[in-house]
Design a protein around this ligand. Structure first.
Ligand code: TYM
Length: 322
């Protein structure tokens, strides 16, 4: 199964990134799968060069620490494969200004960034190219990327219609639970790298103490009943979903086992700590060997370029170039 997905190196990974995306990647990896540190995307918001340089390596290490095996699938940096930037331009001449203006992620980010960059606006086009370059069938992502995926599908269909059959039209694959992990302090808002309250996000690199503190302080409700209800009990439902996702069981079966919020929270923090501990450990080992990581990334980029090159050429020729 041809799979592509990517993640931005724009800060520490949180449980949403892990449960919504990275864990699905690990489960679905195969010789035909491509997982990308989308470092070009991280330039759409202000970021110090030294910070980006550090974070992109850390994210690559996190991918491997979480269980992606570069011997099985292709793991690489977006900026190492120039076809991403090249196809972006071709697709900018296919996607319309109006379509991009409707993207909710753009509207939210632009509202907060004074004098935002053109790249923030055209970002979904770059993302569409990432996916289309690999003739992708499935894109495992969290719920917040659905709209971008629709744009990608529209762009592919329009291109094929206008210039002849060129791209495979991909589909989003969203996990059955934890596709939208919510902020622990404001459970009507999604957990995010940048926006969260200090206790709102659990990061993969958090210490066991920090995890326990965040889970125990998570906002719930006062009716005292342990049952999922996204509307009326968003905080508790979020905790149940995180639990169910880590355990791989249905939300209801977790809820049935508990009568008290405190017991649920205690077991949940143990589950999160024990699930993340091996990742944290491997992460430190991997970061201690930067040359090894660089070697793996170079191999990944060569393998990715071998697939992306012919697809790019085909698209360029279809438009009358080359
Ligand atoms: P990014 O880097 O913001 O997030 C990476 C992945 O994590 C998922 N995610 C969540 N899932 C559940 N709950 C949450 N609270 C949560 N927050 C984030 C995201 O859905 C995503 O799957 N535009 C993408 C990066 C990208 C990409 C691509 C993805 C660029 N090119 C091509 C797929 C294919 C983004 O900003 O993800």
């Amino acid at each position: 199964m041809r799979i592509f997905s990517g993640m931005q190196p724009s800060g520490d990974l949180h449980l949403g990134n892990y449960l919504g995306a990275l864990r699905q990647w690990v489960a679905s990896q195969n010789p035909d799968a491509f997982y990308c540190v989308v470092d070009l995307h991280a330039l759409t918001l202000p970021i110090e060069p030294a910070t980006l340089a550090r974070q992109r390596t850390e994210l690559f290490a996190t991918f491997l620490a979480a269980g992606l095996d570069p011997e099985v699938s292709t793991v690489f940096f977006q900026s190492d494969v120039a076809y991403h930037a090249q196809l972006n331009w071709l697709l900018e001449c296919v996607v319309s200004f109006g379509e991009l203006g409707r993207m909710t992620a753009f509207k939210e980010k632009a509202a907060r960034a004074e004098g935002y960059r053109v790249g923030l606006f055209t970002y979904p086009v770059l993302m569409a190219g990432d996916i289309l370059l690999y003739e992708t069938e499935e894109v495992p992502v969290g719920d917040d990327q659905r709209q971008h995926l629709e744009l990608c599908r529209d762009a592919a269909q329009r291109f094929n219609h206008r210039y002849g059959e060129t791209f495979r039209v991909p589909r989003a694959v969203v996990p059955p639970v934890a596709a939208r992990v919510m902020d622990l302090q404001e459970p009507t808002r999604k957990m995010s790298k940048s926006l969260s309250s200090p206790l709102g996000s659990i990061f993969l690199v958090d210490s066991p103490e920090a995890i326990a503190r965040k889970v125990s302080r998570a906002v719930t409700d006062t009716d005292g009943e342990v049952r999922p209800d996204r509307e009326r009990k968003p905080g508790l439902t979020n905790l149940l979903e995180i639990f169910a996702s880590f355990e791989g069981s249905p939300v209801e079966s977790v809820a049935e086992r508990y009568t008290r919020y405190g017991d649920l929270k205690r077991d949940l923090s143990e589950l999160v700590v024990s699930s993340l501990a091996p990742i944290r450990e491997r992460y430190s080992e991997l970061l201690a060997a930067p040359e090894h990581l660089a070697g793996l990334a170079a191999r990944g980029a060569a393998a990715a370029a071998a697939v992306a090159g012919p697809v790019y050429q085909r698209a360029a020729r279809a438009m009358g170039l080359g």
